[in-house]
Design a binder for this molecule. Sequence first.
Ligand code: TYD
Length: 209
Amino acid sequence: MKKGVLISFEGGEGSGKTVQIKRLRDRLTKAGKDVVVVREPGGTVISEQIREVLLSPKNIGMAYTTEVLLFQAARAQIFREIVLPSLAAGKVVLMDRSRDSSTVYQGMVRGFGVDLIEGLNELSTKKTYPDLTFLLDVPVETGLERRNHTSKMDRLDMEAREFHEQVRRGYLTLARKNDHHRWVIINSQQSIDAISERIRDEVRARKIV
Ligand code: TYD
């Protein structure tokens, strides 16, 4: 069924995903590829509404179980509406966060367990894994500093420092296990150019585009 290529970007706050996704999109588009860029949670009218509920600082009282299910609901919608049809049409889909965000934030850090969350991921993605996942790894201190310069705080950004440390460790654990041989860990303290060259090399080396 799947003919296109799915590439996801993961990492904690201020890891620099967005700028790298833009660069890869431009590079691939110049090379004549049909590229679709989406972010999670979000990316469709329904998923953006769910995003608003999830991230609004007003919803400080949200139960963790609600959070788990809303992230999956937003994911189910974007896979159904955008990701799966784009892959079926042979496009390259670049995702700013996807299933691994839930595995780390909800499965590992919130403590729901990797197995439960992976089960829900299977449901919401219709058993679709990225072909390649870049983990942009940055020390928590650096990431939070970068973020403070660029954006306002959402509900999850306001978590304590230890939360962000757990997120970082969770990602590294997952990426080092490297199930499905799709993870590439990149030190995101390097220059933007160095990171984007590494990403280009990995994409080329795997001949996925
Ligand atoms: P966003 O502003 O997109 O964060 P970032 O710029 O860091 O990517 O907000 C998404 C937040 O939601 C982020 O803190 C990570 C969190 N998240 C989860 O906890 N679970 C998930 O499944 C997803 C997709 C995101």
